[in-house]
Ligand binder design. Sequence first.
Ligand code: UDP
Length: 240
Amino acid sequence: MRVDVLGVSIDAVTLPEAVRTVEGFIAEGGPHLVATANAEMVMAAGRDRELARILAGAALVVPDGAGVVWAARHLGHPVPERVAGFDLAQALLARAAEVGWRVFFFGGLPGIAAKASEAATAKWPGLVVAGVRDGYFAAEESADIAAAIRDSRPHILLAALGVPKQEKWLACHETALSVPVAMGVGGTFDVMAGVMRRAPLWMQRSGLEWLYRLGCEPSRIGRMMALPRFVLRVLAAKKH
Ligand code: UDP
C-alpha cells in the first residue's frame, strides 16, 4: 500500500517487508529504483518536478525519516515504522551475503566506497562486491561509469551521491546500467567507512536523528530549514 505525503507516494512497509520487496525485484529482473523519502526529499520534490517524477516512478519508496512517519500518521494513513535508508542498506547487504547477490558501491569521496565495502565484507564475509567507485566525476564521465557498473553485473547498485543527484543519475542511466535494483543511500558509506556516525539509538527512536546530524554538520542548517516548512505544510494539508 502507498500513502501520499504532500504529493509523494510512500510505501507503507516495515524493514523486513522492504527487504522481501527488493528480493522480488531481483527475482523479476530490472530495473527498479529504490528511494528513501524524508521530509527534506518531500520538500525538494515539491519544487523539483524531475525529482517528483522520478519518485512517482520509483519501484519502492520507504519512509526514511521521523518527519515522514509523523506526517503519514497525522494525515490519517499511517506507515508501520520508519525504514531508515542506512538500515535498509545494511539489511540488503546481509541478505546479499546470504544469497550471493553482487553489490556495487558507488559514491562518496575517493576511498570511501572502498572502505565501506571492506567494512561490509568484514561484517558479512560471504558478500560479493561487484565493484566500487567514488562519487566525484565530470558529467562527461557518466556514460563510462554506467557502462563499467553494468559490466560488473551487480544485482544491487548502492549510489551515495546525495539527494537529488543520486536519484537523477540513477534514473538518467537506468537503461545503460541494466541493474535489477538501484538505491540512493546518501551518507550511508560515510557511516560504514567510519568517517561519520549515526545518532545514538535513543535519538533515532525519539525522532531526533536530524538534530544529531545537525550537531555533527552545522552547515546542514540551510537544508534543514525544510523541516519546519514541511511540518507547516502537513498541518495545513490536514486542514483542507
Ligand atoms: N557525494 C558524492 N558526489 C557528489 C556529492 C556528494 O559522492 O557529487 C557524496 C558525499 O561525499 C556524501 C554523500 O554523497 O558521502 C551525501 O551525503 P548526505 O548525508 O549529504 O546525503 P543526503 O542527506 O543528501 O541523502
